[in-house]
Design a protein around this ligand. Structure first.
Ligand code: FES
Ligand SMILES: [Fe+2]
Length: 338
């Protein structure tokens, strides 16, 4: 079986990952999350949102089981308190005249927010930035989220599925997939850590008057972010697929939507229910795949022109995996149909 991209590949440390909705992080309490096989903690300390390794340097207790006290996080085991920079500011069992050991420090990570999500990067220097959020912040758009879905399907395979329009008439025949006797004509480009895919696609009954040919503009941002902009007469809908590679056997998937629905609560609820169903249709199939990791040897699958974007995504992920010094050399590139 060809080696696939696991959710804990070390090259993934150099990229931003979504780990939670902003609204999941409460005021006054920490939140434990998983990322790349590790346990991390999010907390609001004062005005600062922080990401810390969920492992106290004293006896390795999960600090997310502690509490926030005076803009510090207090470990539940012996009460060490850590500030936003990860350094211990108080060791209760230590005489206050004795300096705090410099090793009494929790690892921290880059953290930011965008698209209503919390993003974390575990490397000192991220290799790429986050996508622009113009569609998300445009006040004409109503926002809603489908998910999170927690699944054994790898983050790479989920991302590939979101980019794959050729499955709509079959897997999504019960929701928005329209029978289409035309062949998809895709324009695919790679720029650094981004792949764009543009092409007409037929959808049916998605919402409003969206039944008909729609211009789909996909932007994939390595590793596991996709923006889909659906342009129809006079309006655009945005759907973003965000996947957290939590553990080797677990991914967490959100689909964030920005549709111009005029604030109509009934339409928003209907569109959200539909998208939840769409996600379940995808997972029904993907969870039955024997090895749910994204193949890193493109020769192990069949590709046609309809898979142009998905193939370019694989190539980008092969390049991404190769950024890690211990990686095996990337497999030679092959043209269509070889
Ligand atoms: S394990 Fe955290 S204070 Fe001892
Ligand atoms: Fe799908």
């Amino acid at each position: 079986m060809a080696a696939g991209l696991t959710n804990t590949h070390p090259a993934l440390r150099s990229f931003w990952h979504p780990v939670a909705l902003e609204s999941d992080v409460p005021d006054g309490a920490p939140l434990a999350v998983r990322l790349l096989g590790e346990r991390w903690m999010l907390a609001r300390l004062g005005s600062e949102l922080v990401a810390m390794r969920d492992r106290c340097p004293h006896r390795m207790a999960p600090i997310s089981a502690g509490k926030i006290v005076d803009d510090t996080i207090e470990c539940p085991y012996h009460g060490y308190r850590f500030g936003a920079d990860g350094r211990a500011v108080l060791i209760p069992a230590l005489d206050s005249a004795v300096p705090i050991p410099p090793k009494a420090c929790v690892d921290t990570a880059h953290v930011t927010t965008r698209f209503g999500m919390v993003w974390v990067c575990l490397a000192d220097v991220p290799l790429d930035g986050l996508l622009d959020d113009a569609g998300y912040v445009d006040p004409i758009n109503d926002l809603f989220v489908a998910g999170p879905y927690t699944t054994r399907v790898s983050a790479g395979t989920l991302t590939d599925n979101f980019l794959d329009a050729a499955h709509f008439p079959f897997l999504h025949a019960g929701t928005f997939g329209a029978s289409d006797d035309g062949k998809p004509v895709l324009v695919v480009e790679r720029h650094g850590w981004r792949v764009s895919q543009t092409g007409m696609q037929k959808v049916d009954g998605a919402h409003l008057e969206a039944a008909a040919a729609t211009n789909g503009v996909y932007t994939v941002a390595a590793p596991f972010v996709v923006e889909l902009r659906l342009d129809r007469p006079g309006a655009s809908d945005f759907i973003w697929s965000f996947v957290c590679p939590a553990d080797d056997d677990t991914s967490v998937w959100w689909m964030v939507h920005a549709y111009p629905l005029g604030g109509d609560a009934e339409q928003i609820a209907g569109a959200c229910a539909l998208q939840i169903q769409v996600g379940e249709e995808d997972l029904w199939l993907l969870e039955q795949i024997e090895d749910p990791t994204l193949p890193l040897d493109v020769r192990s699958e069949v590709h046609t022109k309809a898979d142009a974007g998905c193939l370019e995504y694989r190539r980008m992920m092969i390049d991404l995996a190769a950024t890690w010094p211990g990686s095996t050399p990337p497999v030679a590139r092959i043209p269509w149909g070889s």
